[in-house]
Write a protein of this length. Structure first.
Lengths: 253, 317
């Protein structure tokens, strides 16, 4: 078995008295779609923030492709191929849809201290951006302002931007949040298609989507991993049922 | 979309065509003051264009931009005072001094955000104000008279008011084109993306601080050029040029004209300075009229004058 693409060792992060990560261990194999689930406040978003470089862990190590990236800033991790999409949509609302994606392409095409040539007509930026929009089904809206899109379309745009970075690993923070059933189904299809090409870490509350997509699932509670395994194992795990799934089923029932 | 009559395009074309005709009109109407006023408008428009680069496109609310007017101006004035009149020395020094000042201020202030950024840029500009006010050799508080304008090669004579006007106008056209190219380049897209959402820019891999700093230095340098022009125009430079209210004037021009609009600062400088001139000839208390007027424009025309023209143009088209 080859070495995992992403490995987390003994990761800890506290905010005052709140423990967001407590000696966390995680290994994600190449090509895997790995879902992280857990009740609210379990530290899932904090985990993503630490993986993407937005937050520095208090202790522990993060390895990407065998390389220690614990102290690398965000832009360096992104250059290595780690792309993150945000739970709260974080777009360039006053720029066009195509500009949004083109900026993501530009981020991966060397430095941007190029002062003269018009970037809005540069095929090196626009072509891959259009291709990414095509993949998520937003090609027809490329000239609209990002602020004019619906919530579901914002999610699609988020995904297009992550894809345009040409990443090796996608960190997705609740891509289904706030989507209607139809939009959700479309997102699941899109992720299923992406799975073939990328390693994906998916944080998601939509259990139906998680169990439909994930190769492996890690369950977090209060900053700790309480279980990690195949979807069938997780479904059968008693601790998980007690801590999380049961609670949800009860809430839904 | 039909290219029907568009008020905004018409206004821009009119402005671009009318500005070169000002000296002709001033001569025909025998009104030399008009040329002086418009030279000043053109110079301040160039300064406002440079501020628009960081304020409008970059979202960096610098409250110390007039400092560069002073630094560019003092570079010309001090060198002239020491007997160095060549513009080929004075102007590069003016640009370099402004760039260096912007580099230092930017390196420190761009680490902060929001109100802190505003206060730090303001503080540095005030510091520059008090420093030059304290140098007795160059006139201190009273300022410095420049007895000879910057000297260039043969046919170009800055003492000739018409020639000087056309030089300022050429630099305004050139400076505006330069900024327009800049904001649409890859560099400009980074600057605009950072204004829109800096956290996201960093997340997708841009070290935003460097880009903002370079943008800040370019804007400061361009404003230093306007400062060199202003000192030549007034034949005088004093600390008052970099007082904080002058930075405020520049912000008003940019906001009034329309932020992040290529020609917005032109409209802003034109309207503000013409209004100032017209109102102050009516009453001593012209600011009481100008204040509410500006307030109304900012409240009811978001996007400033350029935004207003766009709205009218949009309705017609």
């Amino acid at each position: 078995m080859s070495e995992p693409l992403l490995k987390v060792e003994n990761l800890s992060k506290r905010f005052g008295g709140i423990v967001a990560a407590d000696e966390l261990q995680l290994a994600i194999a190449r090509g895997e779609l790995h879902a992280v689930i857990g009740p609210n406040g379990a530290g899932k978003t904090t985990l993503l923030a630490q993986l993407s470089g937005q937050l520095r862990p208090d202790s522990g190590r993060i390895y990407f492709d065998g390389r220690d990236i614990t102290t690398l800033p965000m832009h360096r991790r992104s250059a290595l191929g780690v792309a993150r999409s945000f739970q709260i949509t974080s777009l360039f609302l006053d720029l066009s849809v195509l500009d949004n994606v083109a900026l993501a392409v530009q981020a991966r095409s060397g430095h941007s201290f190029r002062f003269w040539r018009n970037a809005r007509t540069d095929p090196d930026l626009r072509k891959p951006a259009c291709a990414a929009l095509e993949r998520v089904g937003l090609a027809t809206r490329r000239n609209d302002l990002a602020s004019a899109l619906s919530h579901g379309e914002h999610r699609q745009l988020e995904l297009a931007m992550a894809l345009a970075c040409n990443p090796r690993m996608l960190l997705l923070d609740e891509p289904m949040a706030g989507l209607g059933p139809e939009e959700s189904a479309r997102m699941v299809e899109m992720l299923r298609a992406l799975k073939a090409e990328l390693t994906i870490l998916l944080v998601e509350h939509d259990m139906e989507a998680v169990f439909a997509l994930a190769d492996r699932i890690t369950v977090m509670v209060y900053g700790r991993v309480i279980a990690s395994g195949r979807p069938a194992d997780i479904r059968a795990n008693k601790d998980v049922r007690d801590a999380y799934l049961g609670e949800q089923e009860a809430a839904h029932g | 979309m039909t290219p029907a009559f568009n008020v905004r395009v018409a206004a821009v074309v009119l402005l671009l065509a009318a500005l070169p005709l000002v000296p002709v009109y001033a001569r025909l109407a025998n009104d030399p003051f008009l040329l002086t006023l418009f030279t000043r408008i053109v110079i301040m428009a160039l300064a406002a264009v440079s501020l628009n680069l960081i304020l409008g496109y970059g979202g960096m609310m610098s409250f110390g931009h007039a400092a560069y007017l002073g630094i560019g101006g003092y570079a010309v004035g001090m060198l002239a005072h020491e007997g160095i009149y060549s513009g080929l020395v004075q102007w590069p020094v003016a640009l370099a001094a402004s760039a260096l000042f912007a580099l230092v201020i930017g390196a420190l202030s761009l680490r902060t955000r929001g109100v802190y950024f505003i206060m730090i840029t303001l503080a540095f500009a005030q510091m520059a104000y008090y420093v030059v006010a304290g140098i007795a050799r160059y006139g201190g508080d009273d300022g410095l008279t420049i007895y000879k304008r910057s000297q260039f090669f043969a046919p170009l004579d800055l003492s000739n008011k018409i020639q000087f006007y056309y030089l300022c106008l050429a630099l305004l056209y050139g400076g505006t084109y330069f900024v327009w190219r800049l904001v649409n380049s890859r560099f400009g897209m980074v600057v605009q993306g950072t204004r829109s959402n800096e956290v996201r820019m960093r997340a997708i891999g841009f070290p935003t601080y460097r880009y903002k700093l370079v943008c800040f230095v370019i804007a400061g340098t361009l404003c230093g050029l306007a400062g060199a022009l202003l000192a030549n125009h007034n034949d005088f430079i004093s600390p008052a040029t970099m007082y904080w209210t002058r930075s405020g004037d520049l912000i008003v021009m940019v906001v009034l004209g329309g932020m992040a609009s290529p020609l917005g600062p032109w409209f802003g400088a034109l309207v503000l300075l013409v209004l100032e001139e017209a109102l102050s000839s009516i009453t001593e208390y012209w600011q009481i009229i100008l204040g509410p007027l500006l307030l109304l424009i900012v409240l009811f025309a978001r996007g400033g004058i350029d935004g207003m023209l766009r709205t009218i143009g949009g309705r017609r088209a």
